[in-house]
Design a protein around this ligand. Structure first.
Ligand SMILES: [Zn+2]
Length: 138
């Protein structure tokens, strides 16, 4: 962690980095990386050495890995959503089918009741005729 020289707050990654290779002191050595930092607390901008010559590479790898992770997460979220939508659509279709069948059943029952009522009416009529009850009384 890099510390702000003014307020000692922890500062994240530098917004700008540059490498200085020390060819004179270490041939083939890893270049020293400096970074320009901006403190999130007090806004101070300062230069500081990035921990090691490899730090930037490592952090880029880390970021790439993180992005990959986010991508994988997003893909699985999308996949899950798609599967959920599919399940919901199937459920909806099944419910509509069930509603259709229930409607048919209700209609069949209504028809059966209607014909039963018709038969009962006929029975009432024939009983009335049998007992000689005047139609006008009812
Ligand atoms: Zn600060």
């Amino acid at each position: 962690m890099t510390i702000c020289p003014k307020c000692e707050a922890e500062v994240g990654d530098p917004f700008k980095t540059w490498a200085i290779s020390r060819r004179s002191s270490k041939p083939g050595g890893t270049p020293t990386v400096f970074g320009m930092y901006a403190c999130p607390e007090c806004g101070k901008r300062f230069r500081a050495r990035v921990r090691s010559g490899r730090k930037e590479e490592v952090s880029i790898k880390g970021v790439t890995r993180k992005i990959k992770g986010i991508e994988v997460e997003l893909m699985s979220t999308l996949k899950n959503l798609r599967e959920k939508l599919k399940t919901l659509e199937t459920e909806r279709a099944n419910l509509l089918l069930e509603i259709g069948e229930l409607k048919k059943m209700a209609e069949a029952k209504a028809t059966a009741l209607e014909s039963e009522i018709g038969m009962l009416r006929e029975e009432v009529e024939s009983l009335k005729q049998l007992l000689g009850v005047n139609e006008l009384e009812t």
